[in-house]
Design a protein around this ligand. Structure first.
Ligand code: ZN
Length: 242
């Protein structure tokens, strides 16, 4: 089985497996307010098998890793890189499970080689660009959708299971094509832009009982948006692309 999955790996310098639909106009502000038009796989409504991998210090990175990104971002692999531990990897997979439950997405882990890596790669870096963790939208560059964590406070961060998985889930939202409610051309109305509706919001839910566990999982708007982008979970599209 693992051999079949290799075709979903990409070269370290990127892939053309993404699809830019341009600004979406689904007619539903709950969807249009947190999407940017980009997704992995085919056009809107088609599922995707998305590979991921965990780089090591020996991993290969594209020479143009920083291309297309503003500011300092892009130097993460060369600035105090550290690989994810087994425990951290398992929390990544827990976050992925929640997105797989939300839409027609399958994540497949691949082992990194000099010529093949996952579409989404995870690493720790000493490069601080203003956020403890960050990712980006699907796109053609090697860096698109990679998830970086700033290494300060690592033990503290990863000892909080719900907190770590919650942020991973938010970053994976970006990696899949979701944006903050305040980003882009179409924004969420202010009164809807909170974490009770979407994990992509900066604003806490008005009712704390919404998430008693403290676990941030995809919320209603996220599920609507992911379903719009990738189709509903268990759709046959994923296995019968046409
Ligand atoms: Zn974000």
């Amino acid at each position: 089985m693992e051999k079949d999955f290799q075709k979903y790996a990409v070269s370290p310098s990127g892939s053309k497996l993404y699809f830019d639909n341009g600004p979406l106009n689904s007619g539903d502000i709950r969807i249009d307010g947190i999407t940017n038009g980009a997704k992995w796989g085919g056009p809107v409504g088609t599922g995707a098998i998305i590979s991921y991998s965990f780089p090591t210090v020996k991993s290969v990175w594209a020479d143009d890793y920083a291309t297309g990104f503003v500011g300092k971002r892009g130097d993460e692999p060369n600035t105090g890189f550290s690989a994810f531990t087994e425990n951290e990897k398992s929390m990544v997979r827990d976050a992925m499970d929640m997105w797989e439950d939300a839409g027609n997405i399958i994540f497949v882990e691949v082992q990194e080689t000099p010529t093949e890596v996952g579409i989404i790669r995870f690493g720790w870096t000493a490069l601080y660009t203003g956020d403890p963790a960050y990712s980006s939208r699907p796109g053609p560059w090697g860096r698109n959708s990679d998830v970086w964590w700033h290494i300060d406070g690592r033990d503290h961060i990863t000892s909080n299971y719900a907190g770590f998985v919650g942020v991973l889930t938010h970053e994976l939202g970006h990696a899949l094509g979701l944006s903050h409610g305040v980003d882009g051309t179409t924004n969420l109305p202010k009164d809807l832009d909170h974490q009770g509706n979407t994990i992509m919001s900066y604003n806490q839910a008005p009712h704390t009982e919404i998430d008693k566990t403290g676990m941030s999982r995809p919320k209603m708007f996220d599920i609507l948006a992911i379903t719009y982008l990738y189709g509903a979970k268990n759709s046959t599209d994923l296995f019968n692309p046409s």
